[in-house]
Structure formats: structure tokens, C-alpha cells
Design a protein around this ligand. Structure first.
Ligand code: PLP
Length: 426
């Protein structure tokens, strides 16, 4: 397991000596007039094409699922069993404990926390919105949209560091032990956004079994990249829902997943999995919002995949497209930044985390922008956009074609070196 990228602390002397050369390299980079984008973790057009057959499914005249339900009509709040069965197997849950919903798992996360705020969760003494303060633990670096959900609902955020095995479980356990205002935490267990780490079985066990002062503590287990392997060494996600039940905290974990990066990012299917009590709780509140999900899309997905193995085979096609792009990123980093930066080497997911000289990440983004290379804003992987070291950058190489990834990364390397040299010379 490669170490967690942390801000490199020594700026080599020779970087200062190279300042003038680096300024020239940068001027040449700017003169190329590039327009490249490494900002968002979107699938490329080539990846979306893998699922084009979906557009012809279920097909005129095909409108019943395996159980004879007419998918065109209202109903089926919990989602189509034919599709839930496939993903229950892949996500390691009983089908009764897995809901299939609309196209965005982010909506399910937002709804979970909204219902908690308005009504409380099973085990709550009162709605979270009636508590004096509600706080959530955010492992950093993390996913910016998780932070946006918290901010939107008035949930304060506190950070713990990530490790190569997932969130620092001892730091989490120490925080939650006596503070009842800490109601939950975010976890991206497999190929985390953005550092690619995978929660180990030990960390998962610790998180689901630690004593919490809040009786209604929830782990939002966002398994967005559960199946998104970049190598043949495929990580198996810890069964957090099952482990939590074993540990005597059956309602602690709510799992989320979707096909956004399996089929279509804008027209996939999202899933929520949890204990029977949480699933009943979520369904009850959902039933006031909706009479049922888009079952036509769910049937289309079920027919497209056939079974769980169909999904696995499909994911290997994504891997074949993505692995060379990640190899290109790591290759450029290793070739050009060995002495001045550290980075993650993910085995899956959509991102590489790059740790540059402290105090230079924002400058790197600024230099890159002025050279036509869009990077995710520095600080985005931290709550309130605040990276205390100004060191962490998130690289997203999935969207651009391979040759553009190479060009963009070479440009980024020039910006990292120049920003480091400027700082060292300062
Ligand atoms: N969770 C994580 C960790 C992500 O990185 C993303 C997308 O980048 C999402 C959730 C969004 O998922 P969905 O498209 O299902 O809303």
C-alpha cells in the first residue's frame, strides 16, 4: 500500500537555481494556448459509449419486469426487484435491505440527512434540527459535495486525516466517544475520492463498533467506486452494514452507490442499503415525496446487465479505457516531480491526489489556469475549502482523451515546479 500523500517538507535548493529555466518553460507552456480540463470526475465519451445499447432498451412493447410488473405505471417505491437483486449481490446486502431509486446517489445522501434534520433517525431523541448543534466528521482529503450537503443543512464539519486504510479510526473513536453533538461521518470506503484509499476490514470493524455518545450516530458509507477497479487486484469492500449488525449497532451504517460511473452519469440508477429499520424509515419519508421511481430505467439497466457478472464484465471495459490514463498521470508525476511532490497511486476510482510544497497548491492552480489547464480549486477536498497546508490537489484524468491527459499533466508538472521554485526563492 503506497503511503498517504502528505505535503513534502523540503524544497530542494536546486529548485531556486532553476527558477529562470522554469519561468521559460512556463512561458512556452502558455504560448501553446491549451484548453484542457482535469477538474471533474466525469466518464469520457468513450466510456459512455460502452452503455449505448441502453438507449434502445427496454424497447417498444417491452414493459414488464421478471415479476410481471408493468414498469410504465406508478408504484414500486423500493425499486425494481430484478435490478435490486443484481446490485444486492454486488454490494453484499440482502435484497430487502437495498432500495433502487433515481439517477443520483447524492440525492439519497441529501435526503437521508434532510429526513434526519426534519424527523430524526431511528434511535434519535428528537429531530437533528432541534439539537443545539449537529456535527459530522469529514475525513480529509474528501469529496467536496459531501461538504456542500453538510453546509446546506447547517451541519458543522470537523476533520480527521485519511490513512491508506481509510479514515483514521482512532481519531474518529476519540472524537465520538464523549461528544453527543457528533451525529455521524462520511466514508468513501473503496477507492476514495480523492486519495484512492480502501477501508480495511479492521478500520471498518472499529468504525461500526466504537462507542458513540450520540445514540443515533450514522456512518454515510458512500460506496460510489465499489466496482471501479483500475487493476486486476480488485478490492473487496468491507461489509459495513453486516459488520455493524454483528457489532450490535445495526442501524449505524447507511450505504450508497450508483451506476453513474458504470452506465450514464446523468441517467443511471442510485441505491441505498441499510438495516431493515433504516430502510423502513427512509421508505416512509420517501413515500411522502414520490409514488415510485423510474422503473423503466431500472428495467433497462437490468436487461442491459443480465446479472451481477454482466456488471463485472462491463467494468473491465471501463478499466481498459481508464488504466492507461492513470498510468500516464503517474508516469509524468514520477518522471518530473519525484523530489518535490508526493501522490497517491490508486488501484481504482476516479482520482489521483497530488501533495505539493506547502503553501503552493493555490498558486499551482492559478498558474495552470493561466496556461489553459483547468484544475479543481485548491482546498476543494477540505470542508469550507480550507486546506490548512495549501498543499493538496485533486487530479481527475478520466474525461480527456489519453494524449490530452499527457499534455495536461506535463503542464501541471511545470506549474508545480515553478510554484515550488517561486516559494523557495521567496
Ligand atoms: N460520491 C462520490 C464519492 C463521488 O465521487 C461522486 C461523484 O463524483 C458521487 C458520490 C456522485 O454520485 P451520483 O452520481 O450517484 O450522485
Amino acid at each position: 500500500v503506497p503511503p498517504e500523500p502528505t505535503a513534502p517538507t523540503t524544497a530542494p535548493e536546486d529548485l531556486v537555481a532553476r527558477l529562470a529555466d522554469l519561468q521559460q518553460d512556463y512561458a512556452a507552456l502558455q504560448a501553446r494556448g491549451l484548453t484542457l480540463d482535469l477538474t471533474r470526475g466525469k466518464p469520457s465519451a468513450e466510456q459512455l459509449d460502452l452503455s449505448d445499447a441502453l438507449l434502445a432498451l427496454p424497447g417498444e412493447g417491452v414493459h414488464t419486469d421478471a415479476d410481471g410488473t408493468d414498469v410504465r405505471n406508478y408504484g414500486g417505491l423500493q425499486g425494481l426487484p430484478q435490478l435490486r437483486r443484481i446490485f444486492a449481490e454486488l454490494l453484499g446486502l440482502p435484497i430487502e435491505q437495498l432500495l433502487a431509486a433515481g439517477n443520483a446517489s447524492l440525492t439519497l445522501m441529501y435526503d437521508t440527512l434532510t429526513y434526519a434534520t426534519l424527523f430524526g433517525v431511528p434511535g434519535s431523541e428528537r429531530p437533528w434540527g432541534q439539537e443545539e448543534r449537529v456535527r459530522f466528521i469529514c475525513p480529509v482529503p474528501g469529496y467536496d459535495r459531501h461538504f456542500t450537503v453538510c453546509e446546506a443543512l447547517g451541519i458543522e464539519m470537523i476533520t480527521v486525516p485519511m490513512t491508506p486504510d481509510g479514515p483514521d479510526a482512532e481519531a474518529v473513536a476519540a472524537l465520538v466517544a464523549d461528544d453527543p453533538s457528533i451525529k455521524g461521518m462520511w466514508v468513501v470506503p473503496t477507492y476514495a475520492n480523492p486519495d484512492g484509499s480502501v477501508v480495511s476490514e479492521d478500520v471498518a470493524r472499529r468504525l461500526v463498533s466504537m462507542p458513540t455518545a450520540a445514540p443515533d450516530f450514522r456512518i454515510l458509507w458512500d460506496n460510489a467506486y465499489a466496482l471501479h477497479h483500475l487493476t486486476e487486484d480488485e478490492a473487496t469492500s468491507a461489509d459495513a452494514v453486516g459488520l455493524a449488525a454483528e457489532a450490535g449497532h445495526p442501524d449505524r451504517v447507511v450505504l450508497f452507490a450508483s451506476t453513474s460511473k458504470i452506465t450514464f452519469a446523468g441517467a443511471g440508477v442510485a441505491f441505498l442499503g441499510s438495516s431493515p429499520a433504516n430502510v423502513a424509515w427512509f421508505s416512509k419519508h420517501l413515500s411522502a415525496q414520490s409514488i415510485g421511481p423510474d422503473k423503466v430505467n431500472q428495467l433497462r439497466h437490468a436487461l442491459f446487465f443480465g446479472d451481477a457478472e454482466g456488471v463485472r464484465v462491463h467494468m473491465r471495459k471501463h478499466r481498459d479505457i481508464l488504466a492507461p490514463k492513470f498510468d500516464a498521470v503517474i508516469g509524468v508525476l514520477a518522471e518530473r516531480l519525484g523530489e518535490v511532490a508526493t501522490w497517491s497511486v490508486p488501484r481504482g476510482g476516479y482520482f489521483v491526489t497530488l501533495a505539493v510544497q506547502p503553501g503552493t497548491a493555490s498558486r499551482v492552480v492559478e498558474l495552470a489556469r493561466a496556461a489553459g489547464i483547468a484544475l479543481t480549486p485548491a482546498g476543494a477536498a477540505f470542508p469550507y475549502g480550507d486546506d490548512p497546508q495549501d498543499s493538496i490537489l485533486r487530479l481527475a484524468p478520466t474525461l480527456p482523451p489519453l494524449d490530452e491527459v499527457r499534455v495536461a499533466m506535463d503542464g501541471v508538472a511545470t506549474c508545480v515546479l515553478l510554484a515550488g521554485a517561486e516559494r523557495a526563492a521567496d
